[in-house]
Design a protein around this ligand. Sequence first.
Ligand code: ADP
Length: 414
Amino acid sequence: MDVLQTLDSLHDAWVEAALAALAQGEATRMGLRPQLERFYELLRQAVSSNDPAWLDSIVYLWVWSQTVTDLDSQEINVAEALQHLIEATMQVARQHLTDGENLEFITALMPYWLHMLEYAANQEMRAQLDHTTSELERVQRELERLDKSKSDFISVAAHELKTPLTLVEGYAAMLRDVLTHAPEDVRAQASPFLEGIDRGSKRIREIVDDLVDVSLLDNDMLKLSFQPVWLGQIFRSLTDELAPVLEERRLTLKVHRFPGSERLIFGDVERLQQVFRNLLTNAIKYTPDGGRITVDGRLLPGFVEVWVADTGIGIAPEDQRIIFDKFGRLGDPQTHSSGKTRFKGGGPGLGLAIARGIVEAHGGSIWVESPGYDEEKCPGSIFHVLLPLREAPPDEAGKSGIFSKLAAYLKKGE
Ligand code: ADP
């Protein structure tokens, strides 16, 4: 008997054995039977034409008709099913053929099995890859949607809070005016209340301003006003501004006169001051009383690098990227103490996101280095800011860049 005749003779027994090997319930068997009949037919054609590729179409169909649940299981379902079919074939051949015929039959079928398994594994890998890619795209779209609703919410909240806050500030100012004409004892009584309102509204104003900045950054609407800037000047003014807090918290702030600190660069003074204010207030917030904060820097080709180092609680390596995302504050919000400069006084987690947005809008970058987080040993953190050394505002720099290139080109052509 040749292989084709053997295949024909084993057909009925094979279908039953294959059904038993693959399916559990009767209903599934009914659905499977035509598939297996077709498979056997294709195997027969492959053998008769000596071309294993005849089997590809059905294997392809099986692989690509897998459900999302099958694909989610990340198992090689079809290749495994094919192995069951191979086992069923061997079992039927053993039962119905002599040892010699059996050996000949199985050897003849071997190349077809190998081709089929390889093709199935290949297709399954592709199907898994396609599935994983589309899953990733779905998750990405979902994240983008969530991020969009988050930034919409921030923008709405910021604008909705601004109006009543302006009202509170306005009425507080009017009340203060009225009280200047009031008798001394009334003024003395009212003064702490007014201070309380002032403190509270100032804090809300800071948060609302941060929310507005984040929403500007989210929508690519942050406008920089480039002017001549001296970094040393910025740090002198911040040192004065923060002196009372530093004293209260018994922290020393040492600002070095570093190469580049007195050099004129172009940038948005207010915004750069905001960046370094955020870094310094963070250094204050996350350094226990009595600690040290140091500002230093250096000149690099085309850039000036500034770093703010503290002797505070430090930041775990896995958090060193997250903190620059909006709301990227660490730890349990419930355990944060309130206040902008108190030790571990938590904010909404926007300061570094804003700092990164401003620095990047200047064409620079910002990052942190810290050995890790440890409230006992206080390993400290170093925040680095790299800013381009601009000799003119970007537009003019761009123009002069083109002109000087053009001039150089014309000169070369002479
Ligand atoms: P927050 O308003 O919470 O201070 P930031 O965006 O300024 O928000 O900082 C994000 C988080 O980064 C903080 O909650 C804090 O966990 C961590 N962090 C920032 N600066 C420091 C620092 N100098 N030392 C330790 N942790 C810091």
